[in-house]
Design a protein around this ligand. Structure first.
Ligand code: HEC
Length: 117
């Protein structure tokens, strides 16, 4: 009986883990989902204030909102998405169009955000 309880308990724990891995956007970066819009507001908006002047309309990525940001910038794996790696292509490395690109910490946040969609 004790071992049955233990087995049931571990099943519950495993079940809880896999629930946590369900992508908030259902894995579809094009989904018009409010969770993606909310996490864009909290995680991305604070990092892109310097970018909006150039990336608010015609020049992709359009960083004004979750919906205007094209799917290619929301498609994982986050760590290799151009939105995260663009600074490595700059001269000098870490810069882009005359500004400092995302720091290592900011890159990790953006990558984690993309992977959460
Ligand atoms: C002074 C204007 C300017 C600023 C500021 C700027 N960008 Fe850009 N960005 C551009 C231009 C122009 C391009 C296209 C040429 C190039 O790739 O450099 C571009 C290209 C990009 C690309 C590549 C798009 C693709 O699909 O290949 C990314 C990603 C990007 N910018 C992100 C950002 C982010 C994030 C910021 C803020 C940290 C930022 N940019 C700030 C002008 C700017």
């Amino acid at each position: 009986m004790g071992s049955l309880r233990l087995a049931l308990a571990s099943l519950l724990v495993l079940g809880a883990c896999s629930v946590g891995e369900v992508p908030i956007g259902g894995g579809n970066p094009d989904a018009n989902n409010s969770a993606g819009a909310a996490s864009f507001q909290s995680m991305i908006v604070p990092l892109v204030t310097e970018c909006i002047g150039c990336h608010g309309a015609a020049t992709p990525p359009n960083l004004t909102s979750f919906d205007t940001l094209a799917a290619k910038y929301k498609t994982g794996p986050g760590a290799s998405n151009i939105l995260v790696t663009k600074g490595t292509l700059g001269i000098p490395s870490g810069t882009h169009q005359g500004i400092n690109y995302f720091t290592t910490e900011e890159q990790a946040i953006v990558a984690a955000w993309i992977d959460s969609l």
